[in-house]
Design a protein. Structure first.
Length: 344
């Protein structure tokens, strides 16, 4: 029997993150139990556990969510306890009221759930004002410890995944240009044409993954004590992604045009060989760009450090039956060249 994907993550969390969560939870439990004796410091432990997130910025957001949720939930629980006493059904009423209050305040799902849970726990364990104040203070202790632990013990910096995903995008983009260059002068079977389209369509989701990884890296630097070391590196990755994004679009468009207008005589067109040569040069320059940015997954020792696209391509007018395809390829190639040689 396979475990459903709904309860399993695609990959394990870093072991360091697990250790930090455990350390924060233990520290919060011990410190809150010492400062606020008399009750098991459950609120502090839960707060610390939830606050340790993949980034310091996320920890702060989770801390605000947790603190506000507990305070509102405790206020609701104490108010209902003072008004209605302590019958068993008041716990259910508190949950419903808490959910409605969170909805009225447009609280996030996490905050809304926290309001309801806090109200339920306070009424189940003790609804006196002194108990409620102690639980709020206990929660704040857990929140502070969670933030401190996450910020001081190797605060996470998500630069490596951004470098990896951007390097994979650059390598696949260069490979797509090379595949199209190899296909243009030679007759292609319908199966190979379909294969070219399937392969080039992978570029768009790869570009989206690289964008998400860079955004996650930038977010991980917010409020991070280690941000100064990596900020410039991520900025360079962002610039490279912005250069590669139009080339992704043009490469997909060129392959689509070739697929739509293909016939067996395309390779006989004199301009096609020149376009294929320029595509290989563009692939070279894409590889060079990712190597200069130090994001290439496996640097190619054969890649020259000299850009291959040096001057615009000039061709003779194509045959009438091929002018649409050749014109489309030339326009997309002009735009690719503009990105690679920093031309508008």
């Amino acid at each position: 029997m396979r475990i459903p994907a709904a309860i399993r993550a695609p990959q394990r969390s870093p072991l360091l993150q697990v250790v930090k969560s455990a350390a924060a939870t233990i520290a919060a439990w011990l410190l809150a139990g010492w400062i606020v004796p008399g009750q098991l410091p459950v609120f502090a432990a839960i707060a610390a556990l939830l606050v340790v997130q993949p980034s310091v910025n996320q920890s702060l957001s989770k801390a605000l969510e947790r603190s506000i949720g507990v305070i509102v939930g405790v206020v609701i629980a104490v108010s209902l306890g003072l008004l209605l006493g302590s019958p068993s059904w008041i716990v259910l009423l508190a949950i419903v009221v808490a959910m409605l209050v969170a909805w009225a305040l447009r609280a996030s799902p996490g905050t809304g759930n926290q309001v309801a849970i806090s109200a339920m726990l306070v009424l189940a364990l003790g609804s006196t004002p002194d108990y409620a104040i102690a639980r709020i203070f206990e929660t704040l202790i857990g929140v502070v410890i969670g933030i401190v632990v996450n910020a001081l013990i190797v605060p996470p910096v998500l630069v490596a995944p951004a470098r990896r995903d951007l390097g994979m995008l650059g390598s696949e983009l260069a490979a797509s240009l090379d595949r199209l260059a190899a296909a243009l002068p030679e007759p292609q079977s319908p199966a190979r044409l379909q294969e070219l389209m399937v392969e080039v369509r992978l570029l768009r989701p790869m570009r989206d993954v690289a964008e998400a990884s860079i955004a996650a890296g930038e977010e991980s630097l917010t409020l991070n004590p280690r941000r100064s070391t990596h900020r410039e590196e991520l900025a360079e990755m962002r610039v490279l992604l912005e250069r590669l994004t139009p080339i992704v679009t043009q490469t997909i468009g060129m392959t689509r045009a070739y697929f739509d207008h293909y016939d067996d005589t395309i390779g006989e067109e004199p301009a096609v060989a020149a376009i294929a040569d320029q595509l290989r040069r563009a692939g070279h320059d894409v590889r060079l760009a990712v190597q200069i940015a130090d994001v290439a997954p496996e640097p190619d020792a054969l890649t020259s450090a000299i850009p291959a696209l040096t001057s615009p391509l000039v061709i003779r007018p194509p045959a009438s039956e091929h002018w649409i395809l050749v014109g489309s390829l030339m326009e997309d190639l002009r735009r690719i060249r503009g990105e690679l040689v920093d031309e508008d």
